[in-house]
Write a protein that binds this ligand. Structure first.
Ligand SMILES: O=P(O)(O)OC[C@H]1O[C@H](OP(=O)(O)OP(=O)(O)O)[C@H](O)[C@@H]1O
Ligand SMILES: Nc1nc2[nH]cnc2c(=O)[nH]1
Length: 192
């Protein structure tokens, strides 16, 4: 069983292509932090935003970005999944819903990827329905899918080609969330 997963994970990566290395990833995250600090880190800005990480994929991005934010904030997380262990999205499944601390707040949502946009459109609407005053979407990568999305991100780290990627918190079939760079999986190696 362990051999199976070990070998499958290694096989997936064997033919994958690194499209953004660790340095490029870190540069993008630092720039995103700078954009958020430019809005919120002012003596005259009395906001106390709520930063929400969208688990599980945003775990690495969130952990990198948070210590680079220099203004007072509260952190919490939500957990939503649409892909599960697949490489095609399905229905949005809530695993941990937002708490009542979103009411009246500026909420900064952190997610690893905006692909078809269904997940973040759903998240944003739920937060607004619950009474959030403003929702800012900060995504580490925005996939160029060649068609309109139901939502756009306010802050974007990198724009990536229309390929299935792993690394920096993102997985294929549960594998390789731990890679520090971003790798595109070969189409032939995907299930669908
Ligand atoms: O724009 P979309 O097409 O909706 O896809 C984007 C979502 O897909 C990923 O989550 P996933 O469902 O894979 O869950 P995970 O983060 O737990 O892996 C990612 O973290 C985004 O939340
Ligand atoms: N791992 C991963 N998850 C996704 N969720 C939506 N798009 C992607 C992708 O390209 N890779």
């Amino acid at each position: 069983m362990q051999d199976f997963h070990h070998n499958r994970a290694r096989d997936l990566l064997k033919n994958a292509e690194e499209i953004f290395d660790q340095e490029a990833v870190q540069t993008a995250v630092a720039r995103m932090a700078g954009e958020l600090n430019a809005r919120f880190d002012h003596p005259e800005n009395q906001e106390f935003p709520l930063v929400l990480g969208v688990m599980g994929g945003a775990v690495v991005f969130t952990g990198n970005l948070l210590p680079q934010l220099t203004f007072p904030l509260e952190f919490d997380y939500i957990h939503v999944s649409r892909y599960g262990d697949e490489d095609k999205g399905g229905a949005v499944v809530w695993k941990v819903i937002p708490r009542s601390n979103v009411v009246g707040r500026t909420v900064i949502v952190l997610d690893d990827i905006l692909d078809e946009g269904e997940t973040l459109a759903h998240v944003k609407q739920r937060l607004l329905d619950m009474g959030a005053a403003e929702v800012i979407l900060a995504v580490f990568c925005d996939k160029a899918i060649g068609k309109a999305k139901p939502v756009t991100a306010d802050i974007i780290g990198i724009t990536i080609p229309n390929r299935f990627v792993v690394g920096y918190g993102m997985d294929a079939y549960g594998y390789w969330r731990n890679l520090p760079g971003l790798w595109a999986i070969r189409t032939e190696d995907l299930n669908s």
